[in-house]
Design a protein around this ligand. Sequence first.
Ligand code: KG4
Ligand code: ZN
Length: 340
Amino acid sequence: MSATILGIESSCDDTAAAVIEDGYVLSGSVANQHVHMKYGGVVPELASRAHQQNIIPVVETALADAGKELKDISAVAFTRGPGLIGALLVGSSFAKGLSLALNIPIIDVNHLHAHILALFICRRGEKRPLPKFPFLCLLVSGGHTQLVIMKSHLELEIIGQTIDDAAGEAFDKCAKVMNLPYPGGPLIDKMAGEGNPYAFSFGKPVVKGLDFSFSGLKTSFLYLLRDRQLLDAAFLENNLNDLCASLQHSIVDILLSKLTHASANTGIKEIALAGGVSANSGLRDALLKLGRKHNWNVYFPEIQYSTDNAAMIAITGYYKFLKKQFAPLTITPVARFDQL
Ligand code: KG4
Ligand code: ZN
């Protein structure tokens, strides 16, 4: 059975649509929201308004680029959560409207599940090694940090998660302290490439089992900056690259030490990264190195599918479509992961 899935993502500040046909990506269109830049973070009400303005042109572009029309779509997949409730409502209401108008099913997608299935996004004819089940995935995004065992495309088990901030939040909050614009992760990544990762050290969190903590690192970073700036007003300016490199090194170290434990505990050597922070070059390089040491097979999503995108929603929709896991029109979006 041929399946053409339109995916819609509107959980935060990007409005995105993509088309997946029989498991292969045909197109992807994104409207980024620059309106939040001057506020140093995403403003929920502004995000909802911008999603409303962007959703129709974004869907039209994704369909046109795929060479498809609305009548060709088999089902609409949309992000149900977690995310900003007003932003999620725009995508879910749009999907329901299309479903009613075209008489096709809707498929609700967990945004974090979709980040993991982004590992499987391929173009037709593309030959790329894909993770084999069961695999272990370190999911690192702006709002979540989890260790997940993927048993099949649709079965996941969370074996560890952050007890406070997410890894992406650690990047973004420390960037804010350094007066860098939001989101700070990509900028820190860039500047870290020019700095010394051993210039400064920060306390390592002590957290039981496979859980993570990043709030102590954030505080330790803040205090170091405050104390050094008292002695030298130009400290930040003169040490920006080293601060970024040292911070990135600490975050990567925390993430990879738990991942190593998880692999040892489970015996799984198929190891994957997913989520926005998986775009980080320091994390990718360090994981490749660690993988060689431990004989792991290591997998990353393509960079364009690491951060929020709609192809990951469409591919998750595709796997749910194959199992006929459709949602009723009464379904509502949810803001938090534990409500899904
Ligand atoms: O997965 P994502 O796009 O959105 C959420 O679901 O949260 O992740 C966004 C997060 C932000 O915190 C951003 O700073 C971080 O991913 N990020 C990065 C990089 N690219 C995006 N962090 C570090 N290095 C990067 N290259
Ligand atoms: Zn995301």
